[in-house]
Design a binder for this molecule. Structure first.
Ligand SMILES: [Zn+2]
Length: 145
């Protein structure tokens, strides 16, 4: 049960949104260590991926677990009392993410999603990015989990 009013909840969500730059910063830092050229939030690509490695045609999204509804993740729980409000809103996000991934893949890009809840482990980010950038073909298993 959500013990916050709708107003308090939306304030909290705004706060969460503004903190969302933190996981992105962690991923950016690890990407710089790998020393491959990338662009951030490129408007030339569908969905403006957080990182785009043009030469490798690989794009990375850093997703907040709540906004992008990380499956089987505690952080993605929708407050029960406001389900009517959040349900459709978040379902649209998920749908949009799916379409963006499809469009990128159709254009020959490989796509990786790194979830916020894993971003406190720089080792995980480093390893995953390395794997993603060096595999001839990304299995995509981690791309939408
Ligand atoms: Zn998560």
């Amino acid at each position: 049960v959500d013990h916050l009013s709708r107003l308090e909840r939306s304030k909290l969500m705004r706060k969460i949104r503004s903190q969302a730059t933190k996981p992105e910063a962690a991923v950016e830092r690890e990407a710089r260590r790998i020393k491959r050229n990338f662009k951030m939030n490129s408007k030339r690509l569908a969905g403006k991926p957080d990182l785009a490695f043009f030469r490798l045609r690989r794009a990375v999204f850093v997703h907040g677990c709540f906004w992008h509804q990380h499956r089987n993740c505690k952080r993605s729980n929708i407050p029960k009392s406001n389900q009517a409000y959040w349900g459709p809103k978040l379902a649209r996000n998920v749908q949009r993410d799916r379409e963006v991934r499809k469009r990128l893949k159709a254009a020959g890009w490989q796509v990786l999603v790194i979830w916020e809840c894993k971003c406190n482990r720089s080792n995980y980010i480093h390893k995953t990015l390395n794997k993603f950038l060096s595999a001839p073909k990304w299995s995509g298993r981690e791309s939408c989990l």
